[in-house]
Design a protein around this ligand. Structure first.
Ligand code: IMP
Ligand code: MG
Length: 181
């Protein structure tokens, strides 16, 4: 049975996320010369909503693409084994790549993807994440653009799921520990 999200606590409201998007958009707009190619790669599925909002905050030409990897099963812990389920379709040689992720936890997924894209001859590969659980890092992985750092909470909404549920919520909710157990 799916627990109604009203039982969770709002961590970032839709309004708070809009403010993060505006700030991140400005930072990214300033970071890349407008005459250089920028490919904005969303990490499916979780980053799809953030990616869609973020590219609209970029006042410059972009090419969008997606990659899908998995290191998680149905649970709430990374398995440590990263598999590419869907690769990008763009030739990124000589182009800037901005990887868009909704949350960095152990860092395993994104460091794997970053290395993979960097070896594809990209001019640069940077990371934009909505949320960063810095204290959980197992593998080195630094975000270049970050919406907010969070403590070791399990969160859902705005793309983030718990067993594939709650992705469509327009705010980020913290699932209380007693509900997770
Ligand atoms: P990492 O490889 O451990 O950094 O895992 C990152 C991925 O784990 C994210 O893209 C999410 O799909 C998932 N993840 C990590 N923390 C959470 C969370 O609190 N809620 C939902 N998914 C999460
Ligand atoms: Mg993800």
């Amino acid at each position: 049975m799916m627990i109604p999200h009203e039982k969770f606590e709002i961590l970032y409201s839709s309004e708070a996320i809009k403010k993060m998007l505006a700030r991140l958009g400005n930072e990214i707009n300033e970071a890349y010369p407008k005459d250089e190619d920028l490919v904005v790669v969303g990490v499916l599925k979780g980053a799809w909503m953030f990616h869609a909002d973020l590219v609209r905050a970029l006042k410059r030409p972009v090419v969008i693409d997606f990659i899908r990897a998995t290191s998680y099963g149905q649970g709430t812990e990374s398995s440590g084994v990263v598999r590419i389920l869907k690769d990008i379709e763009t030739n990124i040689a000589g182009k800037h790549v901005l990887l868009v992720e909704e949350i960095i936890d152990s860092g395993r997924t994104l460091s794997f993807i970053k290395q993979r894209l960097a070896s594809g001859g990209a001019l640069s590969v940077k990371i934009c994440t909505l949320l960063d659980k810095k204290e959980r890092r197992v593998v080195e992985c630094e975000a270049d653009f970050c919406g907010a750092e969070i403590a070791n909470h399990f969160v859902v909404g705005y793309g983030l799921d718990w067993g594939e549920n709650y992705r469509n919520l327009d705010a980020v909710y913290r699932v209380p520990g007693e509900i997770l157990r």
